[in-house]
Design a protein around this ligand. Structure first.
Ligand code: ADP
Length: 448
């Protein structure tokens, strides 16, 4: 096992990785920008290195600075967390060229899955069901029109390099296609430096269901069921649960097996998530994320595993301890993303936290780097914590979430916690009957 690991991230996920390392006897190196000198993960890590000023481009995304921090401290491996450098194939190459281990998949797997067209082709060839669409990129509006007419409107124009919901435009009818096509292209060019787009059937009211997979890089892989992340605002997940209220054990086993076999065939290494839209009982692959996800704790609760420890073992060449036959889901888990944002606009609300009390008790986990007196810097995303509950079934998990939320105190700033106070009592949430558009509609009604 590694003796020392560098954590190339910040916030709650940096702390999450630190905790797994400590329990395995691994010393940790935190890197941070000048804005994060007082962060909890920096305080708790065995060593820390300031790698630059607040803008992420000059600190957390500065590859030479990250590599230098490894060399200075003698860290042998880098855990990238999520976001930042976690899905940057060029970074993985540099890490390996320096004789360091990257705690994640190979550069090649990241590259293929980072290109949504190549990802879809790969998955299709491996028997994973995909959203109907164009065969690869479409270069002209005429070509787009041909594909769309054959498939039927509405269609979605999507950027091959897209992420974070950018470079994605809906064309309801043939009249909208030219505008959707050119605006998706220019948005993609501006955001990703690549204007390749493709066409997909636009699904009306699907759920977002994703399968957690894990491979040992040597042809063995498992699945850890699904997460339902249908409660979204602007294509961003807000509330996630495991298992999905929409699947039964047979359907779960079937799609799980398809996904595990696909990643085994790829010789995939480490944690990955295969994302699907789910409508009328059918799964449609949209993308694969080649990293640990924000919402991984709901899977950990229900499958009783530590995904970060497993990532560390596989990266260190010790192999995977998980076996499919042992991965039996127990109970129900829900995660709420607590953001420093002011409702109802969701405007970022950085500032000083004057009081913080984390809920506790049986089945409650709070992953957060905040503390009394902590000042949230304005430079990064607004996630300040994740509240995760686990109980014997879905009604008990909702009751536990309600109880845990009543204990949470974050004073000095506004957070999205009140949103969840309302959601846990909503009939649609209680029944589990919602899709990816439901929350937007609910929010509109609440503010009307
Ligand atoms: P990104 O990488 O930008 O997050 P994804 O392909 O993962 O893009 O899609 C993000 C979200 O956009 C999905 O969770 C879903 O809400 C919506 N979406 C994506 N593809 C489709 C589609 N074909 N039909 C309807 N909605 C879609």
């Amino acid at each position: 096992m590694f003796r020392k690991v560098l954590i190339a991230n910040r916030g709650e996920i940096a702390l999450r990785i630190h905790r797994a390392c400590k329990e395995m006897g691994i010393s940790t190196v935190a890197i941070h920008s000048t804005a994060d000198a007082d962060a909890m993960h920096v305080r708790l890590a065995d060593e820390s290195v300031c790698i630059g000023p607040p803008p992420a481009g000059r600190s957390y995304l500065n590859i030479p600075a990250v590599i230098s921090a490894c060399e200075v401290t003698g860290a042998e491996a880098i855990h990238p967390g999520y976001g930042f450098l976690s899905e940057n194939a060029a970074f993985v190459q540099v890490v390996e060229d320096h004789g360091l281990a990257f705690i994640g998949p190979t550069a090649e797997h990241i590259r293929v899955m980072g290109d949504k067209i190549a990802a879809k082709d790969t998955m299709k060839a491996l028997g994973v069901p995909c959203v109907p669409g164009s065969d690869g990129g479409v270069a002209t509006v005429e070509e787009a029109m041909e594909v769309a007419k054959e498939m039927g409107f509405p269609v979605l124009v999507k950027a091959a390099s897209g992420g974070g919901g950018r470079g994605m435009k809906v064309a309801e009818t043939a009249d909208d296609l030219a505008v959707a096509f050119s605006s998706a292209r220019s948005e993609a060019k501006a955001a990703f430096g690549d204007d390749t787009v493709y066409i997909e059937k636009y699904l009306g009211r699907p759920r977002h269901i994703e399968i957690q997979v894990f491979g040992d890089g040597m042809g063995r892989a498992v699945h850890l069921g699904e997460r339902d992340c249908s409660l979204q605002r602007r294509h961003q997940k807000v509330f996630e649960e495991c298992p999905s209220p929409a699947l039964d054990a047979a359907r779960r086993a079937e799609i799980g097996k398809t996904c595990a076999e696909a990643v085994a065939a790829m010789n995939y290494r480490g944690a990955g998530t295969i994302e699907f839209l789910y409508e009328n009982g059918e799964f449609y692959f949209i993308e694969m994320n080649t990293r640990l996800q924000v919402e991984h704790p709901v899977t950990e609760a229900v499958y009783r595993v530590d995904l970060v420890k497993e990532q560390l073992r596989v990266a260190a060449g010790e192999g995977m301890t998980m076996r499919q036959e042992d991965l039996v889901p127990v109970g129900h888990a829900i995660e709420c993303r607590i953001n420093a944002e002011r409702l109802p606009s969701f405007a970022p609300c950085p500032g000083e936290i004057t009081a913080f009390h984390a809920p506790g008790g049986l089945g409650v986990r709070m992953d957060s780097g905040i503390y009394d007196g902590y000042r949230i810097p304005p430079h990064y995303d607004s996630l300040i914590g994740k509240l995760i509950v686990h109980a014997e079934d879905r009604p008990a998990a909702l009751a536990r979430l309600d109880r845990a939320l009543s204990e949470l105190i974050v004073d000095g700033i506004d957070t999205t916690a009140p949103l969840f106070d309302a959601l846990v009592h909503d009939p649609a949430v209680i029944s589990g009957d919602y899709d990816i558009r439901w929350l937007e509609g609910w929010l509109e009604q609440m503010t009307a």
